[in-house]
Design a protein around this ligand. Sequence first.
Ligand SMILES: C[S@@+](CC[C@H](N)C(=O)[O-])C[C@H]1O[C@@H](n2cnc3c(N)ncnc32)[C@H](O)[C@@H]1O
Length: 268
Amino acid sequence: MLRIVKKIVPLAVRTKLKWLGYAAQDVLQGPTAPRVPPRRNTFIGGGDFISVGDNFFNTLKRHGLTPDMDVLDVGCGQGRMARPLIGFFNSGRYRGFDIVRSGISWCQREYAGLDKFEFIHADVFNQRYNESGTVAASDYKFPFPDNSFDRVFLTSVFTHMFANDVENYLAEISRVLRPDGKALITWFLLDEVSRQSSHPVLNFKYDLDPVSQTTVKSNPEAAIAFDLDYVTSLYEKCGLAITKIEQGQWARPDSPYSLQDLVIANLK
Ligand SMILES: C[S@@+](CC[C@H](N)C(=O)[O-])C[C@H]1O[C@@H](n2cnc3c(N)ncnc32)[C@H](O)[C@@H]1O
């Protein structure tokens, strides 16, 4: 059915209709909670904004996050993972950067006066999120000195980036992590089980290169999955040791974890 609608109704019309649906929902539901964007202006995907953030906050705590740690949220979007951290820090701080200027401006306004939080715009190109970006992700240097963070996390970001971009970002993550720090990164990992997955939307059938596949040929950054062996060797190359992989529900519906695969690593 979805496939037929997609064939008949042009993308621009579908996008407008979706927006109108969300706008109607916003009117019916009234104002959102503080630091929660209205549905019509949300560009970071579906799901409940508050519970997705709260769940990831629990994951961070499960992996040792304490109030004295400095954290970096790469691809922070509209602050979904920042919101639960309000009131959490003692000496620790949160920094987030993203390539969508409107999202960063919105976060800067919403978090004004919360001095533990800083949001930075990076004008990095991405066909889906920042078509006018001037810097290639494969060249981007994170705007922080070496050894700056106890935790670096990315939720649903490498799932929208190409292999050579991911390679640079993982090297940057390794550079800005403190010696006893941890990186928590979500992926779609392709292994013998997930390759057989029958997820209705996350159907990675188009090869991008020998190590990655996408769901949408015309807009590959919509969703990208990577070969597990490639990811493992990339961590190794960047001086990171994988300590745990929490396999996600996208390919394993019975998983107790969240939708995407989560890779936890520290410096070697
Ligand atoms: C699905 S959203 C997830 C946002 C946020 N991490 C969250 O979970 O709420 C993907 C985000 O990745 C960001 N992104 C894509 N390419 C990026 C890049 N090269 N550097 C930083 N952020 C990027 C997008 O702008 C977008 O905000």
